[in-house]
Design a protein around this ligand. Sequence first.
Ligand SMILES: NC(=O)c1ccc[n+]([C@@H]2O[C@H](COP(=O)([O-])OP(=O)(O)OC[C@H]3O[C@@H](n4cnc5c(N)ncnc54)[C@H](O)[C@@H]3O)[C@@H](O)[C@H]2O)c1
Ligand SMILES: O=c1ccn([C@@H]2O[C@H](COP(=O)(O)OP(=O)(O)O[C@H]3O[C@H](CO)[C@@H](O)[C@H](O)[C@H]3O)[C@@H](O)[C@H]2O)c(=O)[nH]1
Length: 331
Amino acid sequence: MTVLVTGGAGYIGSHMVLALRDAGRNVVVLDNLSTGFRWAVHPEAVFVEGDCGDEDLVGRVIREHGVDAIVHFAGSIVVPDSVVDPLGYYLNNTVRSRALIAAAVANGVPRFLFSSTAAVYGDAKESPIAESAPLDPVSPYGTSKLMTELMLRDTARAHPLKYVALRYFNVAGADPAGRSGQSSPRATHLIKVATQAALGERTHLDVFGTDYPTPDGTCLRDYIHVTDLARAHVLALDYLAAGGASAVFNCGYGRGYSVLQVIEAVKRVSGVDFPVNHAPRRAGDPAALVADASRIREVLGWRPELDDLDTIVAHALAWERSLAARRRAAE
Ligand SMILES: NC(=O)c1ccc[n+]([C@@H]2O[C@H](COP(=O)([O-])OP(=O)(O)OC[C@H]3O[C@@H](n4cnc5c(N)ncnc54)[C@H](O)[C@@H]3O)[C@@H](O)[C@H]2O)c1
Ligand SMILES: O=c1ccn([C@@H]2O[C@H](COP(=O)(O)OP(=O)(O)O[C@H]3O[C@H](CO)[C@@H](O)[C@H](O)[C@H]3O)[C@@H](O)[C@H]2O)c(=O)[nH]1
């Protein structure tokens, strides 16, 4: 079995490649390095630099390496950027995914996993949110991902392609063995930014909005450890290989933490009391996103092993420290 991982030089994709190699699978990574890093590609994976929207290239890669499953992480991921540049997000996340799916169908790839997102639910009325909740994204990012889910749904009805869309809630942390982590210096994710503030790489942290209808006025999110998430993908591939039907699964722990609770955790674990400012709301942010993850537990038998905010923060901090050491060594 050879798995093609698009976006395998990025944060979550690099953890998926670790999980696949740890399970002894052959891996080809396709990445255009727009936000990923060549050094983050696993040394035992074949690396192809290119775009997942290049249908001819993808077809050649599938045939040359005998690819029988695609795991599609490549995409643009910053919610507020999508509000400013919707067409850029529809191009990279929707149009290029269409080309990738077309190459999969044309070359008979039977299995496809897709990185979807809790952002497809928008301002959900229910909490926790089940997969059956209304799909009503409040950002172009969420819409761009939902359109790809719908393309997969319709394609799987018309062709012998089975898919699983995994709707991630907020992914955080780093490989417990220190082999990968979130490496973008311009990352906007809360836990990443807070660890950078704790290590003095940012002067302060802004809290975007303190007037949300939540217990402390800041947004609630369900933070999932990236290694637990990668394991969910390996289970999803096994499920499809065993004849499982196409499906959509939430990936989260079912518990929400506020922005202020996350900041407290980073201060507690790092022992650093960095400056925090209250700032206006950020565009495109729903108040609360917490997963009902019972379906993935039931159908895939997924059992989280790193379900603890302080552990997630500790692993993120360890990775941030190793990035700082890497930068010092390069100077
Ligand atoms: N990080 C989160 O909390 C989160 C939550 C929900 C969903 N997701 C989804 O997970 C996926 C991975 O996110 P990430 O956090 O690892 O982001 P990332 O930016 O670290 O990784 C994306 C990777 O895709 C590559 N890429 C982007 N566009 C490409 C293209 N057109 N062709 C080839 N390569 C391309 C980038 O170079 C990068 O290596 C994305 O699809 C994102 O929407 C992430
Ligand atoms: O410096 C910061 C960064 C973030 N936040 C807040 O922290 C929360 C989490 O934000 P962030 O870590 O940027 O994640 P989200 O915007 O929730 O989006 C992430 O989680 C989504 C799923 O829930 C994914 O789809 C996206 O790809 C991923 O970026 C939000 O309320 C932000 O307003 C701050 O207050 N200050």
